[in-house]
Design a protein around this ligand. Structure first.
Ligand code: ATP
Length: 375
């Protein structure tokens, strides 16, 4: 599961069976992963899953209890942070408040290799231009917005020209709108410099939006490492399916398997109140197996009875799986509405453009289901 669009690129850094324990707590549990040069790699997961500790190990602020860490094929496990080619940006801006923006950024320059004919002022001005703060040298940090302060922190981290940029929840102190703007800017900076970047966030939407690959972590270990589209469309575990985006997850028993219909083999699954037909793709499935599968809300078709613009009703379209459910609540999200339905004793999540109430028809195609587990 380490396939990547960048697998042609050389490996920038690698963790081999890295663990970090604090007494009884295993913060990072036997992690092996590679990050490619120029890749935007994100560690995402709930609080306590070990993302920050993994980043601190990469930075050298922590030493692994076990395992090997290498940069560009060279073992750096025992190398202190100042001798690793890294720039680090933390959650709290950590700018020097008494220094100007220019002084903060040039502070980072003292760690740079001998400058190649470019004056410090010129380099500071280039860095500020890169983070979209041209001409702000003389400002003090308290004269900047939170997002601007974080961009100064990024400029300072980039000043020595590091090979790897490490970002630990750099947006979490910002409001939602600033966060979205800053993430676009961070991505643009990363792409302009083509700098290997490791990003830590608990925000799965942010992770999908900026990354080349995402590691979804749980209990100190990545459960899946894949490009955002694969994480969203083909989660490999129930945890990933539920942590990333909304999902409807079902578990049931296989009552029959049909290899002959359509393009994909299908199976009938008894999920309690009803039996449904799902496509099982490449999974080996036999009668009696227990199968866990998920269906994204946007793949559940729902019809409240009103005529569609096409003049078609849901019930006019044949579907392998059709049922009825009751609207419990709806959240208007702007572009769509997230509707909570009661279906027997459980909840279904759907997305809709039309207002819905009362009893509704729900249907899905076998191919809308994605199997995450067979046992
Ligand atoms: P958050 O999003 O809340 O920051 P995280 O995913 O970054 O969480 P870590 O900070 O890496 O998680 O922590 C992983 C586990 O290791 C947690 O159970 C945490 O309590 C524990 N831990 C982290 N640092 C230490 C430490 N210095 N001493 C003891 N336990 C620690």
């Amino acid at each position: 599961n380490v396939a990547s669009p960048n697998t042609e690129a050389p490996i920038a850094l690698e963790l081999e069976s890295v663990s970090k324990r604090y007494g009884e707590t295993t913060a990072v549990d036997d992690v092996s992963l590679s990050v490619f040069e120029g890749e935007f790699f994100t560690l995402v997961g709930p609080s306590g899953c070990g993302k920050t500790t993994t980043l601190r190990l990469i930075a050298g602020f922590e030493t692994p209890t076990e395992g090997v860490l290498s940069f560009g094929g060279e073992d750096v496990t025992g190398v202190p942070p100042e001798d690793r080619d890294i720039g680090v940006v933390f959650q709290n801006y950590a700018l020097f408040p008494h220094m100007t923006v220019g002084e903060n950024v040039s502070y980072g320059l003292q760690f740079a290799d001998a400058p190649g004919g470019v004056s410090d002022e010129q380099r500071v001005s280039e860095l500020l231009e890169l983070v979209d703060l041209a001409g702000m040298e003389a400002r003090k940090p308290d004269q900047l917005s939170g997002g601007q302060q974080q961009r100064v922190a990024i400029a300072r981290a980039l000043a020595p020209g590091p090979d790897v940029l490490l970002l630990d929840e750099p947006m979490s102190a910002l409001d939602a709108q600033l966060r979205e703007r800053l993430r676009v800017q961070v991505k643009a900076i990363q792409q302009e410099l083509e700098i290997t970047t490791i990003y830590v966030t608990h925000d799965q939407e942010e992770a999908l939006a900026v990354s080349d690959r995402v590691a979804v972590m749980r209990g100190g270990t990545p459960e899946q490492i894949a490009p955002p589209q694969a994480i969203y469309r083909r989660p490999e575990t129930r945890f990933v399916a539920e942590f990333v985006g909304d999902n409807n997850v079902f578990t049931g028993t296989v009552t029959s398997v049909d290899e002959t219909t359509g393009k994909l083999p299908q199976a009938q699954i008894d999920i309690g109140p009803e039996t449904v037909t799902i496509a099982v793709a490449e999974h080996e499935i036999a009668i009696g197996d227990e199968v866990t599968f998920c269906i994204r809300p946007e793949y559940l078709r729902v019809d409240g009875g009103q005529e569609r613009s096409s003049g078609q009703r849901l019930s006019d379209q044949p579907s392998a799986n059709a049922t009825t459910a009751t609207v419990v609540s709806a959240e208007f999200l702007g572009e769509t509405t997230r509707v909570h339905l009661e279906w027997y004793d459980r909840e279904l999540l759907v997305r809709t453009h039309d207002p819905l109430s009362g009893e509704v028809e729900v249907a899905f195609e076998p191919e809308a289901a994605h199997v995450v587990d067979v046992s």
